[in-house]
Design a protein around this ligand. Structure first.
Ligand code: AMP
Length: 217
């Protein structure tokens, strides 16, 4: 399974990405997590990224694209991947399209997490208090939402035109949202009824009792 997760900060992409990667036994690539790790380890990449992150801005495309394509070529992504936080610009999406085409491994879907702004604010303010993330301060949150609207939202069209967009209603219990995603993916795959060549199927049969990461109601 090869998925990208699109949506504003706080929409729940990260939580669902971890569950989906476990379910499909594939790699989970979170660009935000990779950057935070580099910042914590004070690497040159971390020093480059930190200023952008603290301001709620995007790290330049060339830096992110090089980092992600390197990660996608690693063993952990041989059975597919869930890309969490990438792509975030049209330039990144085009670079990903090119990379996937040359690797002969097309995307299965782009999940777009839909959520209203009021709910987002509530979530991000809670996360700011709980995790002390420096980019979750109110002013920075606003800026990140503006950056999302200007730079990332156009990717909805990008993936819609390629018939890859799957909209996800992000309101509700975590399990409920996971079930919505899996049901939607199953509907997309149903016409073929088979998993792609060389792929292993999901860890659990969709619709069946899902363990350990998914427990549909
Ligand atoms: P996240 O945890 O996904 O919200 O990412 C935290 C921060 O890392 C973002 O606000 C950006 O500064 C940076 N970042 C993560 N992914 C990307 C990306 N694909 N392109 C540019 N910057 C990114």
């Amino acid at each position: 399974m090869r998925l990208v997760m699109l949506g504003p900060p706080g929409a729940g992409k990260g939580t669902q990405a971890v569950r989906l990667a476990a379910h499909f036994r594939c790699g989970h690539v979170s660009t935000g997590d990779i950057f935070r790790e580099h910042v914590a380890n004070e690497t040159p990449l971390g020093r480059t990224a930190q200023g952008y992150m603290d301001a709620g801005d995007l790290v330049p495309d060339e830096v992110v694209i090089a980092m992600v394509t390197e990660r996608l070529a690693e063993d952990g992504c041989a059975n597919g991947f869930v890309l969490d936080g990438f792509p975030r610009t049209v330039g990144q999406a085009e670079a990903l399209d090119e990379w996937l085409e040359s690797a002969g491994t097309p995307l299965d879907a782009a999940l777009f997490f839909e959520i209203d702004e009021e709910e987002l604010f509530r979530r991000l303010a809670g996360r700011s208090a709980a995790l002390h993330r420096s980019d979750d301060r109110e002013q920075t949150i606003r800026h990140r939402l503006e950056v999302f609207a200007a730079k990332t939202r156009p990717l909805v069209d990008h993936y819609e035109q390629r018939d890859l967009l799957q909209r996800v209603d992000s309101i509700g219990e975590v399990d409920e949202v996971t079930k919505r995603i899996l049901d939607g993916l199953e509907r997309r795959r149903a016409p073929q009824g088979v998993w792609g060549a060389g792929e292993r199927g999901p860890a659990t049969a969709p619709g069946g009792e899902a363990k350990p990461s998914v427990s549909p109601r």
